[in-house]
Design a protein around this ligand. Structure first.
Ligand code: DGJ
Length: 379
């Protein structure tokens, strides 16, 4: 080959490399994020599934105005290879329009859907938080929908309060035999002590435990867990799922009794489990929280606020609430914090706050970047 030809090929390859670099698009937290149709991505309280080297984003499809906080459409699905170009895959799970008695009838509250893939059954399994229509947040149920194809359609299977008639693994004999006056003021010292001791576990023992804000986590051994706010939002329950991921085994633990955590997100790094969560302030942001454990079923140790930055940023989690932590494909040990900036008065306008996770000693921390891209993880 002539020297000229070598130079041409080299120049061409360099140009291609430059082109590839330029294609790395920015993640701009809090801005409008257009999908392949130019419309703002509509997938709030989302969860992510990595399947066939592709990211699938499932989330609450919101509509305009305050009424848009309710489920008027269902669960959206988007796909992407690079976390910046998102293809709208349509509605993965649709609410039911012609049956007001259905658990997921139009106008119910359907929040924080998460999807996991079951290798044994070949099914895609979605769990989400469900509040029955016109009952506020009293039902506190979790619900299951299943599909043969990642993008759906998902078929609704059931909704329930988990672990009816089963005690948490970390409940003592004394706790199982305690008696309570349920009319007690749960906010005074006596009431709080009762809640910490498991008063609400006992109250809900027969009918099943409450289940509100939730996430799913699949461990390296294929076992899956359902992690949710229970006990009037006072305490997180970590629940083992059956091998097909479609039911609860009955093994569950109470974590952070009466610490009032919502919005749990779990990830695993260097054989340790990390949890991000928030406090309970409705749609308003509050300080982020983090915790670590050697075993997902506990003991969990609190690590404090995972945000670093100005006072306002740290007190409001950059104006967001956690929803998921994405493990970056091809970047072993690198993770992205995903949060929602809710817009309760115009739900469809909710924004996404995604930021890279870094480490401070052995603590995962998140700092604000008004614009960043995946080359962050190559530094
Ligand atoms: C906070 C929760 O994290 C959200 O998912 C939603 O349930 C709102 N509360 C409702 O106020």
């Amino acid at each position: 080959m002539s020297k000229k030809l070598y130079i041409c090929i080299f120049a061409l390859l360099s140009l291609m490399a430059c082109g590839a670099e330029q294609e790395l698009k920015s993640i701009i937290p809090g801005e409008i994020w257009p999908d392949n149709n130019g419309e703002h991505i509509n997938a709030h309280g989302g969860g992510f599934l990595v399947y066939n080297d592709t990211y699938y984003w499932f989330g609450e499809h919101k509509t305009a105005g305050k009424a848009g906080n309710r489920a008027n459409v269902g669960v959206s699905c988007y796909s992407s290879k690079n976390l910046t170009d998102w293809t709208n895959e349509g509605i993965a799970l649709r609410v039911v329009e012609d049956n007001p008695q259905h658990d997921i009838t139009i106008g119910c509250v359907l929040e924080r859907p998460k999807v996991i893939y079951n290798e044994k059954t070949g099914k895609f399994v979605m769990w989400f938080h469900l509040e029955l229509k016109d009952q506020g947040y009293a039902a506190a149920r979790t619900a299951l929908a299943v599909a043969d194809k990642v993008t759906g359609p998902y078929t609704f299977v059931k909704s329930l309060r988990p672990n009816a008639g089963q005690w948490p693994l970390n409940f003592t004999e004394e706790q199982k035999n305690a008696t309570y006056d349920y009319s007690i003021n749960r906010w005074n010292n006596e009431g709080r002590a009762a809640v910490i001791n498991g008063m609400f576990v006992m109250r809900d023992f027969e009918g099943g435990q409450m289940s509100r804000d939730m996430t799913l986590f699949v461990d390296d051994d294929g076992k899956a867990y359902h992690i949710a706010s229970a006990e009037d939002n006072g305490t997180i329950h970590i629940r083992e799922l059956t091998d097909d991921y479609q039911d609860f085994t009955g093994r569950y633990v109470r974590v952070f009794p009466d610490k009032r955590n919502e919005a749990p997100a779990i990830f695993k790094h260097n054989n340790k489990y990390y949890m991000f969560s928030s406090g309970c302030t409705g749609w308003k942001p509050n300080p982020g929280r983090s915790a670590v454990a050697d075993d997902i079923m506990g003991e969990w140790t609190e690590l404090g606020n995972f945000c670093r930055g100005t006072d306002k940023e740290v007190k409001t989690t950059f104006g967001s609430q956690s929803t998921y932590v994405i493990p970056v494909i091809g970047e072993e040990g690198q993770f992205i914090y995903c949060g929602d900036r809710w817009r309760p008065n115009n739900a469809i306008d909710g924004r996404y706050i995604w930021l890279p996770i870094t480490w401070e000693d052995e603590k995962p921390v998140v700092k604000w970047y008004s614009q960043w891209d995946l080359s962050f993880f190559e530094k």
